[in-house]
Design a protein around this ligand. Structure first.
Ligand code: NAP
Length: 244
C-alpha cells in the first residue's frame, strides 16, 4: 500500500518518542509537511536533526491554555494524530486525584482541545480531513493497575465516535487505533517484568506484542484515502487480543 501525502499538513502529538515519533517520521517520508508536538525540547531537537522538514512545537499538553496558545498559529491542517498520553500505574484503591487529573488532562482533554482547534479550521475551510486518535486495547479490557489509563482510553474511544458523528458531515473522518503492548518507553514501564509479559503475550492469539511499525502502518492507512469510507472505528492492532 503506497501512501502519498504530498501537499498535506499533518500534526502529531507526543511526537518526541515511541509511536508518535515514528509516525511523524513516516508521515514526512510520505511527503506530508509535519508539525511535531511534544513537551521535551531535547526530543524535538533530535527529531528535527533526523528530519529537517519537521516543524517542532514544544508544549505540555496537560496545560489547556498553553496548548491553545502554542497551536494558534499552526496553520491549515489536513491530518491529525492525537498520540500523546501517559500511563501512570496504581492499584485502584490507591489512585489519587492528582494522578487522575494528570492522566485525563493529557489522554482525553488534550485530544478534545487539539481536535477542536484542528477540526474547527478544517470546517471553516471546507477542506475535510482525517484524524486518528491513539487509544489502546485497554479501552475495552480491564487490566490490573490500569484503572485510570483504561478509563481514559475508554473515553478516547467514545470521543472518537462522537467526533466521527459530528464531523463526518464536514468530510472529516475520525478513527482510533487500539494497539496491544508495544515495547516503547511506556510499554517497558508496564510490561518489562518477564512474568507479566508472558501472561499478556499468552492472551494474544498471534503470540507477540506489536511493533511500533504495526501501529504506524495502521495510522497511515486511516489517515490516507485508502480508508476514505472508514469513519468512527476503533481498530484493534492487537494480534487478536480483543477477539478473545
Ligand atoms: P511513549 O514512548 O511514552 O511516548 C509518549 C510521547 O507523548 C512522548 O514523546 C511524551 O513526551 C509525549 N507526552 C506525554 N505527555 C505529554 C504531555 N503532557 N505533553 C506533551 N507531550 C506529552 O509512549 P508510546 O508507547 O509511544 O505511546 C503512544 C500512544 O500509544 C499513547 O497514546 C499510548 O497510550 C498508546 N499505546 C501505547 C501502548 C504501549 O504498550 N506502548 C499500547 C497501547 C496504546 P515526554 O516523554 O516528554 O513525556
Amino acid at each position: 500500500m503506497e501512501v502519498k501525502l504530498e501537499g498535506k499538513h499533518a500534526v502529531v502529538t507526543g511526537a518526541g518518542k515511541g509511536i508518535g515519533r515514528a509516525t511523524a517520521l513516516a508521515l514526512a517520508r510520505c511527503g506530508a509537511k509535519v508539525t511535531a508536538v511534544t513537551r521535551t525540547q531535547a526530543d524535538l531537537d533530535s527529531l528535527v536533526q533526523e528530519c529537517e522538514a519537521i516543524t517542532p512545537v514544544c508544549v505540555d499538553l496537560s496545560d489547556w491554555a498553553a496548548t491553545r496558545a502554542a497551536l494558534q498559529d499552526v496553520g491549515p491542517v489536513d491530518l491529525l494524530v492525537n498520540n500523546a498520553a501517559c500511563a501512570d500505574l496504581q492499584s485502584f484503591l490507591e489512585v489519587t486525584e492528582e494522578q487522575f487529573d494528570r492522566s485525563f488532562n493529557v489522554n482525553v482533554k488534550a485530544v478534545l482541545l487539539v481536535s477542536q482547534i484542528v477540526a474547527g479550521g478544517m470546517k471553516e475551510r471546507g477542506s475535510g480531513g482525517a484524524i486518528v486518535n491513539v487509544s489502546s486495547q485497554a479501552s475495552q479490557r480491564a487490566l490490573r493497575e490500569h484503572a485510570v489509563y483504561c478509563a481514559s482510553k475508554g473515553a478516547v474511544d467514545m470521543l472518537t465516535k462522537v467526533m466521527a458523528l459530528e464531523l463526518g458531515p464536514h468530510q472529516i473522518r475520525v478513527n482510533a487505533v487500539n494497539p496491544t503492548v508495544v515495547m516503547t518507553e511506556m510499554g517497558r514501564v508496564s510490561w518489562s517484568r518477564p512474568d507479566k509479559a508472558a501472561a499478556m503475550t499468552a492472551r494474544i492469539p498471534l503470540g507477540r506484542f506489536a511493533e511500533v511499525e504495526d501501529v504506524v502502518h495502521s495510522i497511515l492507512f486511516l489517515l490516507s484515502d485508502h480508508s476514505s469510507m472508514i469513519n468512527g472505528v476503533t481498530l484493534p492492532v492487537d494480534g487478536g487480543f480483543l477477539a478473545c
